[in-house]
Design a protein around this ligand. Structure first.
Ligand SMILES: *Cc1c(COP(=O)(O)O)cnc(C)c1O
Length: 427
């Protein structure tokens, strides 16, 4: 694999951009080598600037559930652009996307658009604190909610990948209201709430953890969280930035039938454009300005290009058979990978929910942040590089999810499994 041009591009980008990348996970530091600079994407494939083609399971870290350059999304963006790109005044596109979201996501009665998942979680927490008049926030170890100061405690992926115990630049005061408990441990939540009686505003969780690999919730875990938080007047916030419209049209909450008070969205709802959203019950969302006193704003929020791309994506996802196809392809991939690790006698824990999946190089069941850390990340690095050489692009970290899109064909899946089998035979 020749990647001279990517290497040159990276050397140049490092002169102008910290680390040469605009988000740390794009760097290949965790797996070795240089990041690839991408020229184009089409369907399930991306092509780098050296002309190498890859089957892509990163999908821009989740948004591209339809695949790259989907014609309906591209047409929607082009059509909107011709009439101007931003007004800072309402457009009906915002209402159209909001209506699609409200009709799809069980917990959302009102929704506010923002520009990223980070903004969504930051704003949701502010609203929860304003609404309850309480300060403390419970978060789950290994769950990532964007780079919000108060949530950069035990925050998974980027932070886990680089082994940063904490984030510099975040005053201790800013995380002093953040209480961290393990994933899949409802008793820990109960104990934490009892020890902080009437002080907890909200519990925020990724209902399926997607930033420490992929970790499904145990049976009954989300329902138990719903029950405990309700008992104590604590708002339950599902961060569905990855899982929203990914594991079901209505997100993880409809898949597991556990309905939170508030929900954060991002990624898929922008169809590949920068976007985020937070929503919930009417009385909670009415605590946000201009109706209520919780201030939150955005110059480019509800941007017409992002709205039209999101509308096109959601309308495509609403068609019959979409989630069955995603499930089927992802299942075939997961089974193929499991057969391969079995065949070569490699310790592996395979986790999957719908079209998000990851396997860990460990003989432990991976159910939380601690067990995820038992994975052999050197083996992962070798696996990653082997796949890349064979034209398969997965996230350059053990602690990320792999995403199957509607554009992945049966033959893409078969080629991927063959490549994995070859790589695993030499590990
Ligand atoms: C990606 C992600 C975020 C942050 O979204 P950005 O758009 O990167 O700010 C928040 N929560 C979860 C669960 C995510 O996966």
């Amino acid at each position: 694999m020749n990647n001279t041009k990517s290497l040159e591009a990276w050397q140049k980008s490092q002169q102008f951009i910290p680390g040469g990348v605009n988000s740390p996970v794009r760097n290949f530091r965790a797996v070795g080598g240089n990041p690839l600079f991408i020229q184009s994407g089409n369907g399930s494939k991306i092509v780098d600037i050296d002309g190498n083609e890859y089957i892509d399971y990163v999908a821009s870290w989740g948004p591209l559930i339809l695949g790259h350059a989907h014609p309906r999304v591209v047409d929607a963006i082009n059509g909107t652009t011709a009439n101007g790109t931003s007004f800072g005044a309402p457009t009906t596109l915002e209402t159209e996307l909001a209506e699609l979201i409200v009709n799809a996501v069980p917990s959302i009665e009102l929704v506010r658009m923002v520009n990223s998942g980070t903004e969504a979680t930051m704003s949701a927490i502010r609203a929860a604190r304003g609404y309850t008049g309480r300060d403390k926030v419970i978060k789950i170890a290994g769950c990532y909610h964007g780079h919000v100061d108060a949530l950069l405690a035990k925050a998974g992926s980027g932070v886990a990948t680089f082994g940063l115990p904490d984030c510099e630049g975040v005053p201790t005061d800013f995380t002093s209201h953040t209480l961290v408990v393990p994933f899949n441990d409802a008793d820990a939540v109960r104990r934490t709430i009892e020890a902080n009686d009437s002080q907890v505003a909200c519990l925020i969780i990724e209902p399926i953890a997607g930033n420490m690999g992929v970790i499904p919730p145990h049976d009954g875990y989300l329902a138990e969280l719903r029950e405990i938080t309700s008992e104590h007047g604590i708002l339950l916030i599902f961060d569905e930035v990855i899982t929203g419209f990914r594991v079901a049209y209505g997100g993880a909450q409809s898949r597991y039938d556990a309905i939170p008070d508030m929900t954060c969205l991002g990624k898929i709802i922008g169809g590949g454009m920068p976007v985020g959203a937070y929503g919930g019950k009417k009385d909670i969302m009415q605590s946000v300005a201009p109706i209520g006193d919780v201030y939150q704003a955005g110059t480019l929020s509800g941007n017409p290009l992002a709205m039209s791309a999101g509308i096109a994506a959601l309308k495509t996802l609403a068609e019959p058979g979409v989630y069955e196809q995603l499930e089927g392809r992802a299942q075939a991939l997961a089974e193929g990978l499991r057969d391969a690790t079995d065949r070569h006698g490699i310790d592996a824990c395979h986790n999957r929910v719908g079209s998000m999946l990851m396997f860990y190089f460990t003989n432990n069941a991976v159910t939380d942040y601690e067990t995820a850390q038992t994975s052999d990340i050197n083996r992962f690095g070798t696996y990653f590089s082997g796949l890349l050489e064979r034209g398969v692009y997965i996230a350059p970290s053990q602690f990320e999810a792999g995403f199957v899109s509607l554009s992945h064909s049966q033959s893409d899946i078969e080629r991927t499994v063959r490549a994995a089998d070859e790589v695993l035979s030499r590990i």
